[in-house]
Design a protein around this ligand. Structure first.
Ligand SMILES: NC(=O)c1ccc[n+]([C@@H]2O[C@H](COP(=O)([O-])OP(=O)(O)OC[C@H]3O[C@@H](n4cnc5c(N)ncnc54)[C@H](OP(=O)(O)O)[C@@H]3O)[C@@H](O)[C@H]2O)c1
Length: 393
């Protein structure tokens, strides 16, 4: 039984999702049809809003940020963005945009400003988060920091629930990183220390979210999107590792909507946001893609050791594949209890592929994915290996 057949998985029923969608749409409709500064009344005459709800995103124009803008707008927030104006500055012309740079410490545009909710999606350096949380913490109701499951200590075995030890860095390393690095040699520890900096600057108001892999339309990392693209191309596909290896990921839209709902629900503390209850296996995911995309393809499963011997690289060359001895599982229960919900994986697959085809198309230069010639070569070697093994028996 796989998760697409709606059997044993505890996937939220379609009706729950549909209800959420319609309530957001209804909310958006109400906002759109009411006068500025007023709310629609059930009895016709507009009533004055008690107070405008404000939300600031430190960032906002990459992958998660735009979805937070949409979810917050639908929930009735007035949204402001703070960033350098380098990443897709054309987005959201209707919003207030404050310019500054966390790398140079230029936060002048934020001084003297108060916002109900701060969403920090661009915090990678603890000192940056210290500055913004100290500046904005006193005037806000909630400081939401986007951390990562990378914050957990990597070497220890076991399921990573929220109380699992986090990475601790030497003061010398912390001191040495002043700007957001191009690559992240200390990403794990930096995120862990950013969480602490957020809590120190906005004590009792900080909500630290630890996502795993974030996926969905707009994902320019090319990790998840490579798979629907590869499946849609069809033919014999090199399927990596163990078919029953668990996959954890969260749709960017589910994360953004929960993040905004969490602000209303007054959540504080640390929460993983990694994906579904139960297990979604790699096999279920790939077969799901085949069905959803109507692809004419077959999967040949090649084990970890063989792929490593043939110099196939985990994660970027074959996205989502991590050899089983390096893989970690992360607890999902706390966030689900706190209202995190999930659209169907079929929606994520379909929408990601549709986004890729519409926005990028055939001309796209993939940053991930095994080259077709190498894939064919490894598959031929695997067939040869399997034939030789059979003859030995
Ligand atoms: N993607 C994943 O799978 C994943 C997994 C776990 C955790 N996360 C976390 O989720 C968060 C989401 O990231 P996102 O990129 O999607 O967020 P985003 O808010 O959509 O995009 C990043 C924003 O940061 C701004 N920015 C970059 N450098 C800046 C600087 N020096 N000063 C001020 N603003 C700056 C960028 O604009 P400008 O360039 O114009 O300044 C951009 O608006 C990150 O914290 C990431 O660590 C992601």
């Amino acid at each position: 039984m796989d998760e697409y057949s709606g059997g044993e998985q505890k996937r939220p029923a379609l009706s729950r999702r549909t209800l959420l969608g319609s309530s957001l749409a209804l909310g958006a409709g109400l906002v759109a049809t009411s006068l500025p500064g007023t709310s629609p009344s059930l009895f016709g005459a507009p009533v004055q809003n008690e107070k405008e709800k404000t939300l600031l995103i430190l960032g906002g124009t990459g992958f998660l940020g735009p979805e937070v803008v949409r979810a917050a707008g639908a929930a009735g927030y007035t949204v402001t963005l703070f960033n350098r104006g380098k990443t897709r500055p054309h987005l959201f012309p209707e919003l207030e945009k404050l310019r500054g740079d966390r790398n140079t410490g230029d936060l002048a545009a934020l001084e003297g400003r108060n916002f109900d909710i701060i969403v920090d999606t661009s915090g990678y350096v603890p000192d940056h988060v210290k500055r913004t949380s100290e500046l904005l913490g006193p005037g806000c109701r909630r400081y939401i920091f986007l951390s990562s499951v990378s914050a957990y200590q990597d070497e220890l075995p076991g399921l990573r629930n929220e109380d699992f030890p986090i990475t601790v860095l030497d003061a010398a390393i912390l001191e040495s990183v002043k700007t957001i690095p191009e690559s992240f040699p200390h990403y794990s520890g930096m995120k862990a220390h950013c969480e602490l900096a957020a809590e120190a600057g906005a004590p009792g108001k900080t909500f630290n979210i630890r996502p795993g892999l974030i996926v969905g339309p707009g994902d320019r990392s090319d990790r998840f999107p490579w798979w629907p693209h590869r499946v849609a191309r069809g033919g014999e596909i090199l399927a990596p590792g163990a078919p029953d290896s668990a996959q954890q990921f969260i749709d960017v839209r589910d994360l953004a909507e929960w993040l905004v709902r969490s602000a209303e629900a007054e959540l504080v503390g640390v929460y993983n946001a990694v994906g579904f209850p139960g297990t979604v296996t790699m096999q279920e995911l790939l077969h799901g893609m085949k069905i959803v995309l109507g692809a004419d393809c077959s999967f040949t499963w090649v084990p970890d050791d063989f792929l490593l011997e043939h110099e196939v690289g985990p994660w970027m060359e074959l996205p989502l594949w991590i050899p089983s001895d390096g893989k970690h599982d992360y607890g999902t229960e706390k966030a689900i209890q706190a209202g995190l919900t999930f659209r169907s994986i079929a929606d994520t697959i379909r929408d990601t592929q549709a986004w890729h085809e519409k926005e990028r198309g055939d001309a796209h230069k993939w940053r991930t994915g095994i080259a077709p010639e190498k894939e064919s070569k490894v598959l031929a070697a695997w067939r040869e290996h399997a034939r030789a093994e059979k003859q030995e028996l």
